[in-house]
Design a protein around this ligand. Structure first.
Ligand code: ZN
Length: 264
């Protein structure tokens, strides 16, 4: 199967979204697992937020931009956000207490749809995804072995939660605990600019609250909280960044679809 896939010219698609704020994603990864990884340049530290699946290491993709000690912030521990964390074992690694053990001891992982839970395979089939092959449509390099893929655990150096500060010199972020998608979802909030680095708490796409680790009543409270926050710009865990008006639309759509369920 592996040898029938083309070799990607470049694994990471990396762009400078705003001055000093770079966003990368893996275009050849299955679209539901195609998460954003960020690099935010500060005057004292380089702040990395998540690492995607890192089928080819995110660290290698940003190496030319790094010239300070690295702080790696973990929005949550789903595979598509922590796949490359073990490449940062020499850095400061931040995670919420509720998911620290998931970072240390990740579950077994595979790039084959057929290795997923039957319920997931069924869901993919229903929306027309061909589940016979791999979750990548190109190889990062010649000889890459799809079946040898796994990602490693890593020891966090700092447990963070609501109200903690992440200071990179020229920018200062506050940690917000935004559970619902998963128990340890955390975000970075920069009040001075109205910037929210939100992970999977909110992004411009179908909001995922159906995993065994999700909790809808908790998610509703998170969305209500975000609605009241003076956000100007959101850099989400998936897809494109967006502004306040779009954020309110996403929140209101979510609340309209979920509140009635809770009320009954
Ligand atoms: Zn997630």
């Amino acid at each position: 199967m592996s040898d029938t896939l083309p070799i990607a010219a470049k694994w990471w698609d990396l762009r400078e979204e705003e001055p000093g704020l770079h966003i990368g994603f893996e275009p050849h990864m299955f679209r539901w697992s195609r998460a954003n990884a960020l690099l935010i340049k500060g005057s004292t530290h380089d702040l990395v937020v998540d690492t995607g699946c890192s089928i080819s290491p995110f660290r290698t993709a940003i190496a030319h931009l790094i010239d300070k000690p690295i702080i790696l912030f973990t929005t949550h521990c789903h595979r598509d956000h922590v796949g490359g964390h073990s490449d940062f074992a020499d850095s400061e690694i931040l995670v919420h207490a509720a998911e620290a053990d998931d970072l240390r001891h990740p579950p077994k992982s595979s790039l084959r749809f057929s290795d997923a839970k039957p319920s997931s395979i069924e869901k993919w089939k229903q929306v027309g995804i061909n589940t016979d092959g791999a979750m990548i449509d190109a190889l990062p390099y010649a000889g890459f072995d799809i079946d040898a893929y796994s990602y490693k655990g890593v020891e966090p150096t700092r447990i963070v939660g609501e109200g903690d500060i992440v200071d990179i010199g020229s920018r200062v972020f506050e940690v917000l605990h935004l559970p619902g998608h998963s128990p340890g979802c955390i975000a970075l909030w920069e009040a001075a600019t109205g910037t929210l680095i939100s992970g999977d708490a909110i992004y411009d796409g179908h909001i995922s609250d159906h995993s065994p680790y999700s909790d809808i009543p908790t998610y509703i409270r998170t969305m209500e909280r975000l609605r009241d926050l003076p956000v100007r710009r959101v850099h989400g865990g998936h897809r494109d960044s967006f502004g306040r008006a779009r954020m309110i639309e996403i929140i209101d759509d979510y609340l309209a679809s979920r509140r009635p369920r809770i009320a009954t």
